[in-house]
Design a protein around this ligand. Structure first.
Ligand SMILES: [Zn+2]
Length: 105
């Protein structure tokens, strides 16, 4: 893997809404949707992964939370960035239906 690839991924991830793909400005308030997957993602802590949602065929980028994060304490293992509460609501609903890969949101 190219050394800069991960940084690029993180930059794209941090400023793109996982639901509507809108650009999120650095100054905008960022909303986060957390989920627990059925996969073992411990090896990829802190990395961006593309999750293929089986029902909709969509690919969304999420960050694998690190072991000492708040999300992890709540039992989640992946976090998605969204541009607002509405996108968060839609994304959550979609993730809830992806029972093949998502355990809970
Ligand atoms: Zn959005």
């Amino acid at each position: 893997m190219r050394p800069n690839k991960q940084i690029e991924d993180i930059n794209v991830f941090m400023c793109t809404c996982a639901w509507c793909n809108k650009n999120i400005d650095e100054t905008d308030e960022v909303f986060c949707v957390e989920a627990k997957t059925k996969r073992d993602l411990r090896e990829q802590e802190g990395q961006i992964v593309k999750l293929l949602l089986e029902k909709t065929g969509r690919r969304i980028s999420g960050m694998i939370v690190t072991g000492d994060s708040q999300a992890k304490l709540k039992g989640y293992d992946i976090a998605f960035m969204v541009c607002g509460p509405n996108c968060g609501k839609f994304l959550k609903k979609m993730l809830t239906e992806e029972t093949g890969i998502i355990e809970r949101v």
